[in-house]
Write a protein that binds this ligand. Structure first.
Ligand code: FE2
Length: 238
């Protein structure tokens, strides 16, 4: 079984699914791929994708009704992918966005050219506020990977490192492929998610990456990255 804790399948709230129908097809594809735990994470990026709490709540209700009818074994939950700013903890406390399934785990992303020092500083600020940052698609921040020193520091602090499933297979470019494989090799990845936006270019496809990881690094590591660790995070409040 597979869990997917980073995707943009809720419709009409960011640059992911555009219609209700597309959302249902994405859920179908995800289920067919083996996903049984799906946490939707719409972008929260003030000025771009922002104050859509009502639309998110109603799309989530529709998704739950659909899953209950068509895929009763599929569990759904909600979070956000926050574009980091210093005020992001205030956004959370104001109820403008949310952590993963109401836990202390906060999925955050940055613009790709973000300097490594800024990412490290942001991670510390989030940790000092009592939340645990989940660094979305860690492999995509190229300035962060001169060597593994910065990654080691984040791991020592307890930051969770997420990789996109397309990256190790080359779907997000050569740089992301090399960097994600280096992280996998080092055992530094905490979990892998689809980051799905649509059915074609950024699809809800995790199984090919699961098979790749199982073949190259072992079935236990694949189970950890695609199921055990995401599930531990989702249920960490229980
Ligand atoms: Fe994303």
């Amino acid at each position: 079984m597979i869990a997917d804790l980073h995707n943009h399948m809720l419709f009409g709230v960011d640059d992911g699914a555009k219609t209700e129908e597309e959302m249902y097809r994405l859920i179908d594809a995800s289920f067919a791929d083996g996903v049984r735990q799906l946490c939707f994470t719409p972008h929260y990026h003030p000025g771009y994708f922002g104050e859509h709490q009502k639309q998110i709540a109603s799309a989530f209700e529709l998704a739950k009704q659909y899953a209950a009818e068509h895929h009763p074994e599929l569990a759904l939950s909600l979070g956000n992918e926050l574009r980091y700013e210093r005020s992001c903890i205030e956004w959370l406390e104001q109820g403008r966005c949310q952590t993963l399934n109401g836990t202390q785990y906060l999925l955050v992303d940055f613009l790709y050219p973000e300097p490594a020092e800024n990412i490290l500083d942001a991670m510390l600020r989030i940790l000092n506020s009592g939340y645990t940052p989940v660094l979305a698609h860690v492999e995509r921040y190229e300035k962060f990977h001169r060597d593994l020193r910065e990654v080691d520091r984040l791991k020592a602090w307890g930051v969770i490192l997420q990789v996109d499933a397309q990256s190790p297979l080359g779907g997000l470019g050569r740089g992301s492929k090399v960097r994600s494989r280096r992280l996998l090799e080092a055992g530094a990845v905490d979990f892998i998610a689809s980051d799905a936006h649509d059915l074609t270019s950024r699809p809800p496809q995790l199984r090919p990456c699961y098979d790749f990881v199982a073949r190259k690094y072992g079935e236990d590591y694949a189970q950890h990255l695609f199921w055990e660790e995401p599930l531990r995070i989702l249920h960490s409040n229980e």
